[in-house]
Design a protein around this ligand. Sequence first.
Ligand code: ARG
Length: 463
Amino acid sequence: MSEASPTLWSGRFSEPVTARVQRYTASIGFDYRLAEFDIQGSLAHARMLARQAIIDDGDLRAIEQGLTDILNDIRAGRFTWKLELEDVHLNIEKALTERVGDAGKRLHTGRSRNDQVATDIRLYLRHNIDLILQGLRDCQLALLDLAEQHADIPMPGHTHLQVAQPVSFGHHMMAYFEMFSRDAHRMTDCRRRLNRLPLGAAALAGTSYPIDRAQVAKELDFDGVCENSLDAVSDRDFAIEFSACASVVMMHFSRLSEELILWMNPRFGFIDLPDRFCTGSSIMPQKKNPDVPELMRGKTGRVYGHLLGLLTLMKGQPLAYNKDNQEDKEPLFDTVDTLLDTLAIAADMLPGIQVRPEAMLAALQQGFATATDLADYLVKKGLPFRDAHEAVARAVRLAEQRACELADLSLDTLRQFSALIQDDVYAVLSINGSLHSRDHVGGTAPNQVRAAVARARASLTSR
Ligand code: ARG
């Protein structure tokens, strides 16, 4: 970028801004990232102006040629952004005028930077939501493969981070699949609401030229136009909504990361991650640290922060456009970058998870994970549930004293707690018996997990 040099803004101004104010008010340092979308919007606007005979065909051809050249220069890294031209819109318009003369000066007819920037951000977000949806889908496919491969592998399900009941590792993976499905729906919904055209609102009140907004909307693939010009240029609720959706996605990845971190701890030892997602320690030679999941958990914080930042940015703004809105871009860009990176890395990492079924089984054999199954067994033999709960609690206490599992107690010992217990109890106390017995939609029985995977695959292909 070129150096700042204080300039006179226009004939209206009698003194130039200082270099510091120029730096303070400029957005070109970050909004150059909107260039592709800015040019896309300008081309559609210019074509409409020509069709409506607001500019002539010669002007349109010059504008089209000039903008196409500028876009090529930007893509090739040949374009020089100038701080004194403040933002991406003025930089491109000035370059256009330098290249094609008066036609370039006519491009801004019936338009303002206010509806222009609102259009650019919507185009930018729409494009990136589509990439995010693809990234979510890649992660979901990885989860489905894991779930299918490990539908039969029992692991301890936890509540309060204490061993609760056996679940299959595949079932656990499918829980995250469900979360990411809802995330994708939320993003799709957000896309639908933001996919409306602000152009035509001009500065705030609309324009007196005979514009055709529907035409521009159609050319830019919007589902329609923003109905109110004041609203079109001023609100950024779509950006806030996007940030909220992104925050929920990150929250889900953060939970998954937390579990991967715990499971990789040798005390659990449930999984291992490929070395390329971990780092060692500069001082402790034995260490293999799960850096990537830790950062996914950590980066969730900045995405939440951006959501709060955007909400706060909007809360005190009177209608319509205020320069405050220029502050919407950096949080949005960072949210998009963070989320896309997280999705790409997760889609690469998930298939690399190495599952350690022996460690999961060993953990299950220590926590009375089938105590509920024993209570249910007694209920099926006629005991009221509360009494069954009490009988099993006493049996667990004894097993704890003897440092053994319920299944290690003899039939005679077990019958001290309820005479209803017979030797078929040992099947009920087995981990696999417990797993297979939860055989209904949403349950952890391996055949149910496989059915859930099949339904999920079908839902992904229809999305
Ligand atoms: N750089 C500005 C932004 O990002 C563009 C719109 C400026 N409009 C204005 N009236 N100053 O919001």
